[in-house]
Design a protein around this ligand. Sequence first.
Ligand code: SF4
Length: 376
Amino acid sequence: MAGLYLHIPFCKQKCNYCDFHFSISLRNKEALIHAIKKELILRKNEVNEPIQTIYLGGGTPSILTITELKGIFESINANYSIAENAEISLEANPDDLSESYLKGLKKLGINRLSIGVQSFFNADLKFMNRAHTSQEAIRAIKDAQDSGIENITIDLIYGIPGLSLANWQRNLDAFLTLNIPHLSSYALTVEPKTVLAHQINSKKIKPLDDELAKAHFDILLRYMKEYDYLHYELSNFAKEGFLSQHNTSYWQGKSYLGIGPSAHSYNQKTRSWNVANNARYIKSLKEGIVPNKVEYLTAAMRYNEYIMTGLRTMWGIDLDTIKKDFGEKYSSYFTKNAQKYLQKGTLQFVEKNRLVLRSEKFFLVDGVIADLFWVE
Ligand code: SF4
């Protein structure tokens, strides 16, 4: 078992682009924490080895008090064996990170912080309806560093309408000045049923500009290369020794257990997902039932998953793994369909049998993946 994920489904306010599962009403917070603890107990037998990584994501885990987090960690420790030196990450929003809160997190054993900065420009933050300001983000990062948590990552979003190339560079300059060892940087995307989708559909704002996002991405790659950040996944860059172990495990197909509403789990043979509804999650756990759906993974599903995650990472696709894990049928299908990308130089061999997508072609990854997918 590689990892344990806990989904904390509450946020202060709704960011306009977000389609994650969360509620802005904290009415059910206590009952939800109770249900999470119950799920931790009910599923402890699904894990039969020490947990290497714990990740609290959301939603906004930093919306929980230190006392509430302490209660959750007590449940984890009482029911699971945690590896020594496990990576324990928590997603936090800058406006939650006071000095005393950071001290409390450190005491709980949190050793990696993922801070949702998104932009160092207040105009962008306002556009996205984020709850913090740029000044709060800078203060939170510095306080986190002073608290002794060295392993820090921030998120930055590019492709935001009106974000000029010069200002995107200023965002990256601000990141570099703060001496942060890891960056997750995503293109703004329009997910259905979000406020952003509504703003575009009702013509309040123009559709997103792919060319702008591509130009931002090219600048991002140039900066990260120049300042020695390893581009280890499509949207992730790290200094040596600071790769996210939890997310790397996902991308390398290791098993994980997901606790909380909407959380997914994976154990090589099945994938399951919990109901994405706080009230139904609480009710079901009260009755002692984990409210999830389970899907058995066919060879085609596992092959597609391997292609999708492999091509997004610097580890790429191993031809021997395809042959060994999925068989000759998938191996020859992949080899045949990969040819045109090899000829164009989009894919390249880095070892005899290992293929990767060239870093500067990462922007095309979805099209390449679609072409290499097995369709039944
Ligand atoms: S804080 Fe994160 S999870 Fe909450 S609405 Fe904003 S982007 Fe979504």
